[in-house]
Design a protein around this ligand. Structure first.
Ligand code: ZN
Length: 539
């Protein structure tokens, strides 16, 4: 009888424990890692060069979505970071570009500019930023609200838009890089002054330690996955004549007047290194993940984007950046094991967009890519009615059309016909004619990519979809911002507490990350979530 009773009580307590696990998660820390410009392909492409304890540890012991995409046309940084944390598309979260035209103001705005806040840690304009243009809540906003604001959020990136949009409206501390000064700064939206530990971290002595000699991590002859180091596609880096390894960054970053060009940090793997150190220092100093209330840390690695733009997605520099980032991730994991505890944290890793190969590289290799030299193809009699063309939208000057006694529909038809005669145009859509939408099928990829990108507040009169073999002329070697799979296909990785080991081949959406996390944490979804829970990722 006695042993039966012991067994009985033991079973009851085990059962109730299991039931508890169904509801609450006991995650101490969520670490969101977003690698700027990391297309999905970089995982299999460089797999044999990765160590056992970075990407491989996350993937072999966690969950990998092999077929996750963005579902809107303008695949750029601001929109990507916002989509990951809000669980919805730009059509709802309102970040429809890095910059976009606001018809109500009659001007283009930058996604995180805010003239009503003051710089903190700098007097520079780079500090006048906030998330005021983000039109929904984020997963870490909901986490703070749900915990009665006992939970904390910290967000860091070299890019202001990456740090600010990831952090959401309620981030306690958000820091980004002022490249002119070589320091991390913030704004009065978040705080009155920088914390002492950051002031110390910002000292010149510290940051100059990161500007190092950049040679390949392994012998460059082993980098068979990428193109030749010396080629015709790469941009010039600092004042080096040819963009080939090695880069003596200490020397190359010295300006004539003795000052330092901090692009040496941004455009090298040492940008990831300093950001990682900043994030880990912040976790310790701010005691994140130190109690049972779930905290959030957002880390946005921007250097892979700068490097990819300058050297191109098929470059040795990009390959070396990912080999080194793999080691950086290993260091983050080792730190979290030690400081937070192996079974106390959750990591998600994704990217804000992918990257299209250099158009010249593709053209030289029989992919019939052409360059769009300008989208301003209109004769003066039509051009006078166009206020703005941006993010695939055309905004008409309707007042002028009426004043000139012209017919708006007639002008639209003329513009549409002219565009359709251009080889780089795939199709043009009338964004104000709702009857017309009903005639389009719901699985029309091009129309949906444009609609998901379009918030009604910032919607143009016409929108166009570009032929996939045409890319915009750009000063960058590689670029993104298109609706092709080069730019839409990114990894989603989950790892840690309550994450089921596995892989998914289903077509998933990057907006699925936030509701999946919210489910694991048992908190409200971001308020206009349209993503789905990735059921396969949850234990
Ligand atoms: Zn970019």
């Amino acid at each position: 009888m006695k042993s039966f009773l012991i067994f009985f009580f033991f079973s009851i307590s085990l059962l109730s424990q299991q039931d508890d696990n169904k509801i609450s998660s006991d995650v101490k820390l969520v670490v969101g890692i977003v690698v700027d410009q990391m297309k999905y392909e970089y995982i299999p492409k460089f797999w044999n060069k990765y160590g056992e304890h970075g990407f491989k540890r996350l993937i072999n012991n966690g969950f990998l979505a092999k077929n996750a995409h963005y579902s809107y046309a303008r695949t750029s940084t601001g929109l990507g970071h916002a989509t990951i944390v809000t669980g919805t598309t730009p059509s709802y979260h309102g970040i429809v570009g890095n910059d976009w035209y606001n018809p109500a103001q009659g001007k283009e705005i930058y996604c995180v500019d805010d003239n009503n806040v003051d710089p903190v840690g700098t007097t520079n304009k780079i500090g006048k930023k906030s998330p005021k243009n983000l039109l929904t809540t984020t997963v870490s906003d909901e986490n703070r609200i749900s915990s009665n604001f006992r939970a904390k959020t910290l967000s860091v990136s070299l890019k202001d838009r990456a740090a600010i949009l990831s952090g959401g409206h309620t981030s306690n501390q958000t820091f980004w890089f002022s490249e002119k000064e070589g320091i991390f700064v913030s704004s009065s939206y978040y705080m009155e002054k920088l914390p002492d530990w950051l002031i110390e971290f910002n000292s010149k002595k510290n940051i100059h330690n990161y500007i190092d000699f950049w040679d390949t991590y392994y012998d460059i002859d082993n980098y068979i996955e990428s193109g030749p180091d010396l080629n015709n596609y790469e941009g010039k880096f600092l004042n080096k004549k040819q963009s080939i390894f090695p880069y003596d960054l200490k020397k190359l970053s010295k300006n004539r007047d003795g000052s330092t060009d901090y692009n040496a940090i941004k455009y090298s793997p040492y940008g990831n290194e300093i950001l990682k150190d900043l994030a880990l220092k912040a976790i310790i100093e701010e005691e994140l993940g130190s109690d049972d209330i779930t905290d959030f840390v957002h880390i946005g690695f921007s250097s892979p984007d700068y490097i990819g733009h300058k050297f191109g997605s098929n470059s040795k520099e990009v390959q070396d950046t990912y080999i080194r980032l793999d080691r950086t991730i290993e260091e983050i994991l080792n730190f979290l094991d030690k400081e937070i505890g192996l079974n106390n944290y959750v990591i998600y890793l994704s990217a804000d967009h992918g990257i299209t190969h250099s158009p010249d590289f593709l053209a030289d290799n029989k992919i019939p890519i052409n360059k769009i030299l300008s989208s301003k193809v209109f004769p003066p009699q039509l051009n006078q009615y166009i206020k703005n063309i941006s993010n695939y939208n055309i905004f008409l000057d309707k007042d002028k059309i009426v004043n000139m006694k012209e017919d708006i529909d007639d002008i639209k038809i003329k513009i549409t016909n002219l565009l359709l005669s251009e080889p780089w145009i795939y199709d043009v859509y009338d964004f104000t004619n709702f009857k017309y939408f009903e005639t389009k099928s719901s699985d029309n990829y091009s129309l949906n990519m444009l609609l998901n990108n379009s918030h009604p507040k910032y919607r143009g009169d016409l929108a166009f979809f570009v032929n996939p073999f045409w890319v915009k002329q750009s000063s960058s070697t590689s670029n993104h911002g298109t609706p092709t799979t080069y730019d839409t296909h990114v990894p989603i990785i989950f790892y840690g507490k309550n994450i089921k080991k596995g892989v998914s081949y289903n077509k998933l959406n990057v907006k699925d990350i936030a509701p999946t996390l919210a489910t694991i944490l048992g908190i409200n979804f971001p308020i206009l979530t349209t993503g789905k829970i990735i059921v396969d990722a949850i234990k």
